[in-house]
Design a protein around this ligand. Structure first.
Ligand SMILES: [Zn+2]
Length: 206
C-alpha cells in the first residue's frame, strides 16, 4: 500500500506532478503539520483518498466555526485515533513550547498529559484489535531523534513515551527539517518503529 506523507513546505511541483499521474496508486495521504490547509485539500480532491493530518506550530488552532482552521475532506487526527484501510492511526499535533503566546505548543509536562489522553484512547485498540497502533503521525519529532538542541526544535519526550507503549510500525513527523536535513538521517529505526522525518514529501510503500 502506497502512502504519501507531506510536511512543512509546499512543493509547487506537486501541482503539475499530480495531474501527470505521478502519485497514481497512492491510497492515503498523511499531513505532519505546518502546511496550508488548501494544499492538503488539493491532495484530497485530486487523489480522492483518505487524508489524515495533525496541526503544526504554524497552523491555526482548530475551530469548527472557522473554515480556515481545518482541512476540508480530511481528518484532524490531533489526539485522536482512526481506522482506515485496515490500519490503526493516531496523531499528536504541535511541538514544544518556545513562545508563551504560541499556538499548538506544549511544555514537556503538558505534552505528557496529552499523550496520556491519546494512549487511553489507544488502549481500546489493544482490547479490540490486539495491537495499539500501526501509524503515528506527529508534528514534533521525539526527544533525541531527528530533533536538535535549540529551544524551538527540541523533541517532545511524551512522543517517545507513546512510541514505547504503543509500538507502532511507522511514525511520521515534521518540524525539524530546516537546519539538519543534510546532517542527520531522515529515517531511524526504534524497536519495531520506523521513524521518518517527512520533508517536504515522502512516498512510502508499506
Ligand atoms: Zn513546526
Amino acid at each position: 500500500m502506497k502512502i504519501l506523507a507531506v510536511s512543512d513546505q509546499v512543493v509547487e511541483r506537486i501541482y503539475t506532478l499530480i495531474p501527470q499521474g505521478h502519485f497514481k496508486g497512492v491510497e492515503m495521504v498523511l499531513g505532519c503539520g505546518d502546511l496550508p490547509y488548501n494544499y492538503l485539500e488539493y491532495f484530497v480532491s485530486m487523489l480522492n483518498v483518505p487524508m489524515f493530518y495533525v496541526p503544526g506550530n504554524h497552523d491555526p488552532v482548530y475551530n469548527l466555526m472557522f473554515a480556515n482552521s481545518y482541512a476540508e475532506g480530511g481528518t484532524n487526527l490531533d489526539l485522536k485515533r482512526a481506522r482506515s484501510k485496515g490500519l490503526l492511526l493516531a496523531g499528536f499535533g504541535g511541538c514544544v513550547r518556545y513562545r508563551p503566546d504560541g499556538v499548538n505548543q506544549y511544555t514537556q509536562t503538558e505534552a505528557y498529559f496529552r499523550a496520556f489522553h491519546l494512549m487511553s484512547c489507544l488502549f481500546w485498540n489493544l482490547l479490540r484489535y490486539g495491537r495499539a497502533l500501526d501509524i503515528l503521525i506527529t508534528h514534533s519529532p521525539p526527544f533525541g531523534i531527528h530533533d536538535e538542541e535549540t529551544q524551538a526544535h527540541t523533541g517532545l519526550k511524551a512522543i517517545n513515551w507513546i512510541l514505547r507503549w504503543a509500538r507502532p510500525r511507522y511514525h511520521f513527523h515534521g518540524h525539524t527539517h530546516f537546519y539538519r536535513r543534510n546532517l542527520v538521517p531522515s529515517v531511524t529505526q526504534l524497536g519495531p518503529t520506523t521513524i521518518t522525518n517527512v520533508f517536504p514529501y515522502d512516498l512510502i510503500e508499506i
